[in-house]
Ligand binder design. Structure first.
Ligand code: NDP
Length: 296
């Protein structure tokens, strides 16, 4: 293996420490404690784990964490009422509605009811538009985490060829916008892309957000390229299962210049960036300067 391993776990710990330090200052100098409200509808086991981790880490950095756990059959009207109440609650600076929502709820309507200034997931249509036009916005956490790791590894990304594999609204598209914002030459590949291995093979930076276990193999990768693996896939491992990314780690690490592992790469950065976004939202809401290095 020749690639440098980009340690997302250690990076996320540094981000959390930076967030915590800034919050200590906010409290002592301005009497301000950032607050994050997380809304979970139903009992999806994976969502419950995410929400628990988010709550724990929110408290650890010194923020207020409020969880609203609603029954799976909660009506859309009740959910929207709760979101509107959180929108006007001055103690709450970030609102996250855990996705996926049960089928009877309109996710787009719910997300677009969140005050864009408190939309720490960055999924509100206003934030999507602001990001797309290069204006100050709340940026989706997972792509923000990828961007932070890429900036840290490369310094400037200007002029680099970046290929994002996947065009979802939550990862692929915002990732491509962020890389464009940092002056990369960006290609977005997806399930209809022809000769995808050849397309990926031209990239200095590959971001894989596909949801297909170990799809991208070392023979696709340009020697020395940086590979960011967003994928989280569970595959059988004897009688148990194990987590793998969208990248075949061993073959890609033999060719790449740097690579994120799964687990321990992009995953830990996502919650760290949620905390960073909540801090940023609290600073903006109070007209205070934003922490440096924690936004796009
Ligand atoms: P989606 O399913 O929403 O999107 C997947 C994208 O991959 C689509 O654009 C699809 O193309 C493309 N795709 C599917 N198959 C192929 C293929 N054979 N060749 C090329 N492109 C293909 O997934 P998400 O973006 O939500 O998530 C992607 C991965 O990232 C998942 O493994 C998910 O678990 C993980 N993830 C990890 C997070 C973290 O915190 N680390 C956070 C969010 C997601 P098309 O549009 O043409 O169908």
């Amino acid at each position: 293996m020749s690639a440098t391993i980009i340690d997302g776990k250690a990076f996320a710990a540094r981000v959390r420490a930076q967030v915590a330090e800034h919050i200590t200052r906010l409290k002592s100098e301005h009497g301000l404690t950032p607050g994050l409200a997380v809304v979970l509808v139903g009992e999806d086991p994976a969502s419950q784990v995410y929400v628990r981790n988010k709550g724990k880490q929110t408290v650890e950095v010194g923020m207020t964490s409020i969880e609203h756990r609603l029954e799976a059959d909660t009506s859309e009207a009740d959910l929207l009422d709760l979101v509107r109440k959180l929108n006007v609650d001055p103690k709450i600076h970030g609102i996250l509605v855990q996705l996926p929502l049960p089928d009877h709820l309109n996710s787009e309507l719910v997300i677009n009811t969140i005050d864009p200034a408190k939309d720490v997931d960055g999924f509100h249509i206003s934030n999507v538009g602001l990001l797309g036009t290069g204006q100050t916005s709340m940026v989706p956490c997972t792509p923000l985490g990828c961007l932070m790791m890429l900036r840290d590894h490369h310094g400037s990304l200007s002029g680099l060829n970046a290929v994002v594999v996947g065009r979802s609204n939550i990862v692929g598209k915002p990732m491509a916008q962020l890389l464009l914002g940092d002056s990369c030459t960006v290609t977005i590949a997806h399930s209809r892309t022809k000769n995808i291995a050849e397309v990926v093979g031209k990239a200095d930076i590959v971001v894989a957000a596909v949801g297909r276990p170990q799809m991208i193999t070392g023979d696709w990768i340009k020697p020395g390229a940086t590979v960011i693996d967003v994928g989280i896939n569970r595959i059988p491992n004897g009688e148990k299962t194990r987590l793998v990314g969208d990248v075949d780690f061993d073959s890609c690490a033999a060719v790449a210049g740097a690579i994120t592992p799964v687990p321990g790469g992009v995953g830990p950065m996502t919650i760290a960036c949620l905390l960073a976004n909540t801090l940023t939202a609290a600073c903006r809401a109070n007209g205070l300067s934003e922490p440096s290095g924690l936004t796009a």
